[in-house]
Design a protein around this ligand. Sequence first.
Ligand code: B12
Length: 254
Amino acid sequence: MSQIVRPYGDTTGDGMVQLSFTLPISSIGDLAKVADGAAVQLANKMGMDPALVVHSKPMGEGFTFFVVYGRVNHLVDVSKVEVVERDYPLLTPKEANAAIKRALRRRLVVVGGCIGTDAHTVGIDAILNIKGFAGEKGLEYYREVKVVNLGAQVSVPQLVDRARQEKADAVLVSQVVTQRDAHLLNTREMSAAFRESYPAGKRPLLVVGGPRFDEAMAADLGVDRVFTRGTTPGDVASYLVHRLTTDRPDRKAS
Ligand code: B12
């Protein structure tokens, strides 16, 4: 079924949207009006018409930040949006612990970190550290999960070595910096290294996360699952339990 919607609209049926961006243009003194005009021109070319600059602020030398408000008449077809559905049940920590105990009869081992030069550890810590994220405790809180958090700037060989040493069931990698597609390149390098270092079908579950990943890219990146913005520790724990206690009986023996 097709569901066509438009941005929040007025009585004419057109929708009003707000957009922010920075242009490499000065807006100091007499240049302010020219800068605003440039922002309106860009907004017009993007399909906003009329467009109104509601905020502009110089951002250092030669740059200006703009907020533009205006009318668009594009329609969006909600039925064409593709999402990766959650295909596992959400468990409480108690349920997750019980399932691990029952199926593995040992603790589930997770090794995690940020690879490459990435030093943004807040995301992986949100998932792993006991204090957790969004009101949920992190994986360290789960009695039946052993967490080895390697922190920032872990090289791929270091990650593979530690995963082997710990007999990791799952490896969790965070990538936040996406300049020049570093997150994609690093992830592919990581998954290739695991493929080479383990016998076929025996590698740990590979999970990557970060705010700018596309969840639909797991197969392309050679990993089992991609998590993005807003992921909570409970999402990840539930996924790991589902995959490691239901889908992969080969991993049950210690
Ligand atoms: C804090 C921060 C820093 C701190 C990091 C401190 C630390 N210990 O982490 C410091 C100051 C060190 C820093 C440095 C830099 N930063 Co910085 N930083 C940020 C900032 C403000 C917040 C990031 C953050 O903590 N988010 C909160 C967490 C909770 O969100 P999250 O990472 O998305 O994680 C969630 C999900 O994505 C997911 N998730 C994430 N990882 C994983 C992993 C797994 C396995 C799973 C399941 C889920 C998961 O779960 C989390 C919870 O929901 C962002 C801007 C922003 N507002 O996002 C810039 C930002 C990420 N930084 C940026 C840049 C450019 C840099 C520097 C290169 C700046 C410089 N020129 O030096 C350096 C790089 C340092 C390095 N070597 O990596 C850019 C990245 C641009 C890009 N797309 O590539 C950003 C976007 C700022 C910007 N707009 O330009 N930064």
